[in-house]
Design a protein around this ligand. Structure first.
Ligand code: ACO
Length: 401
C-alpha cells in the first residue's frame, strides 16, 4: 500500500499490485477457483462433472443464465444459437484481404471486431435483450469464423454452417469437410471437441477476460470487446501456451531428451519455461488438465494414433512432478499441456489451437461482459499507477540539448 500524498502531494491511498496478483477487480457469480485445492466450479458445478456429463451448450446456458437449463430451455437455446451461425456474405471478402499465411488469430482479431459493423441492432448495451442477442451472435458465429480462418489458410472453399448438426459437429464439418464430399462427424471426436470447449469456457478474471471487461467498461460495443479479448488470449503466456506446449513437446521429441529440458527450465539464466506448466492461480493439479489427459487417451486410442509427443508429455509430467524445483514452486500441468496432443490428433494445425480456445472462451467472455454491464456498481475500469519518472522540470529548447 502506497500513501501517494507523501510521494507527489496527491490525495488518496492505493495498492501497487503489478500483475494484479492480489487485487479483485469485480464481484462475480460465474466461476470459482480454489487454486490450492485444484477446484474449478461454474455457478457451483465442478468442472469435471460438467465435462463428463453435460454439453457445451448446457454450460453456455449455465454461464449466461443463473441455472442449468431444463430440456425445453436447452432446446430453445440450442435452436437460437443455430439460427445465428451464418455470417454476412460481405464478411467473407474480409478474409481475402489477409495474407494466405496470416496467423489465424490475426484474422480472428480482425473479423470478430468487424462484426460490430454488421449488427447495429445489438449494440445498445443498456438493453438486456440486445446484450443477449449480441452474446448469442458471438457464440454462434465463432465456429463459422474459426472454420473460415482455417479454410482460408489451406486454400479450400468456405462451407456454410449445417444447423442440423450439434455445435461441435457443425464446427468439425465446416473445418474438415469439403463441398464435393459428405462429411460424417465421428461421435467420439465430436464429444472430445465438445469437452475441450467446456474445459475452456470460462476461468474467472484471467488476462483476456479482464481485457474484455476493461474494454466493455467504457461502453464499447460487444464485438469490439471480444476482439480485444482475442488479442490478449493470443500471447504465449495465456492462450498461446497450447501451441507453444505442443511445439515444445515436438522439439523434445524423445523421452531421453526430457532431462535436458527440465534442466533448462530450472536454469534462471535460460528464459526457457516448460510450456503448459504452472499457473497464476492453481498451485495444485489443474482440474481441467486431468480431464484433458483422459480425453487425449480416448482420442488417440480411437484414432489409432501413436503419437510420440503423447509419450513425451506423460513422461515429462512424471519427471517434473517428482522434481524438487517443480514441487517447491507448485508447478503442475495446466489445461494447455495435453490439449495440443488431442487437437493435433484430430487434425488441427498448431496455429489453430488458440483459435479453438477463443471460440470456447467466447462463452465466458460474453457471460462476464453481461454480468459486468448489469452490475449497478459498474464503473469504467481505470487502474492507477505508481509514477517513478522525473519530477516537474522546465522545457529545454532543442538548441540547448
Ligand atoms: N517452467 C519453469 N519455471 C516456471 C514455470 C515454468 N513453466 N512457470 C513458473 N516458473 C517459475 C518462475 O520462473 C518463477 O520462479 P522464481 O520464483 O524462482 O522467480 C516461479 O515459478 C513463479 O513464476 P511466475 O512467472 O512468477 O508465476 P506467474 O503466476 O506470474 O506465471 C504462468 C504463471 C505465466 C502461467 C507461468 O507459470 C508460465 O509462464 N507458464 C508457462 C506458460 C503456460 O503454460 N501458460 C498457460 C497458462 S494457463 C492458460 O492461460 C490457459
Amino acid at each position: 500500500v502506497v500513501d501517494i500524498r507523501k510521494l507527489y502531494g496527491q490525495r488518496g491511498v492505493f495498492t501497487y499490485d503489478p500483475g494484479f496478483t492480489s487485487t479483485a477487480s469485480c464481484e462475480s457469480k460465474l466461476t470459482y477457483i480454489d487454486g490450492d485445492a485444484g477446484v474449478l466450479l461454474h455457478r457451483g458445478y465442478p468442472i469435471d462433472q460438467l465435462a463428463e456429463q453435460s454439453t457445451f451448450m448446457e454450460v453456455a446456458y449455465l454461464l449466461l443464465n443463473d441455472e442449468l437449463p431444463n430440456a425445453e430451455e436447452l432446446d430453445r437455446f440450442t435452436y437460437t444459437i443455430s439460427r445465428h451461425t451464418m455470417v454476412h456474405e460481405q464478411l467473407a471478402t474480409f478474409f481475402r484481404g489477409f495474407r494466405r499465411d496470416a496467423h489465424p488469430m490475426a484474422i480472428m482479431c480482425g473479423v470478430v471486431g468487424a462484426l460490430s459493423s454488421f449488427y447495429h441492432d445489438s449494440t445498445d448495451i443498456t438493453d438486456p435483450r440486445q446484450r443477449m442477442i449480441a452474446s448469442h451472435r458471438l457464440i454462434a458465429k465463432m465456429p463459422t469464423l474459426a472454420a473460415m480462418a482455417y479454410k482460408y489458410s489451406v486454400g479450400q472453399p468456405f462451407l456454410y454452417p449445417d444447423n442440423t448438426l450439434s455445435y461441435p459437429g457443425n464446427f468439425l464439418r465446416m473445418t474438415f469437410g469439403v463441398p464435393a464430399e459428405k462429411y460424417e462427424v465421428d461421435p467420439l471426436i465430436e464429444q472430445a471437441m465438445d469437452r475441450i470447449f467446456i474445459l475452456h469456457a470460462d476461468h474467472e478474471q484471467n488476462a483476456s477476460t479482464s481485457t474484455v471487461r476493461l474494454a466493455g467498461s467504457s461502453g464499447a460495443n460487444p464485438f469490439a470487446c471480444i476482439a480485444a479479448g482475442i488479442a490478449c488470449l493470443w500471447g504465449p503466456a495465456h492462450g498461446g501456451a497450447n501451441e507453444a506446449a505442443l511445439n515444445m513437446l515436438r522439439e523434445i521429441g524423445r523421452p531421453e531428451r526430457i532431462p535436458e529440458y527440465i534442466a533448462r527450465a530450472k536454469d534462471k539464466d535460460d528464459p526457457f519455461r516448460l510450456m503448459g506448466f504452472g499457473h497464476r492461480v492453481y498451485k495444485n493439479y489443474d482440474p481441467r488438465a486431468k480431464v484433458m489427459q483422459k480425453t487425449a487417451n480416448e482420442v488417440l486410442d480411437k484414432l489409432g494414433v501413436t503419437d510420440p509427443v503423447f509419450d513425451v508429455a506423460r513422461e515429462l509430467e512424471q519427471i517434473a512432478l517428482k522434481d524438487d524445483y517443480f514441487v517447491e514452486k507448485k508447478l503442475y500441468p495446466n489445461v494447455d499441456f495435453y490439449s495440443g496432443v488431442i487437437l493435433s490428433a484430430i487434425g488441427f494445425p498448431t496455429s489453430m489451437f488458440t483459435v479453438l480456445f477463443a471460440l470456447a472462451r467466447t462463452v465466458g467472455w460474453v457471460a462476464q461482459w453481461n454480468e459486468m454491464i448489469a452490475d449497478p456498481d459498474q464503473k469504467i475500469g481505470r487502474p492507477r499507477q505508481l509514477y517513478v519518472g522525473p519530477t516537474q522540470r522546465d522545457y529545454v529548447p532543442l538548441d540547448k540539448r
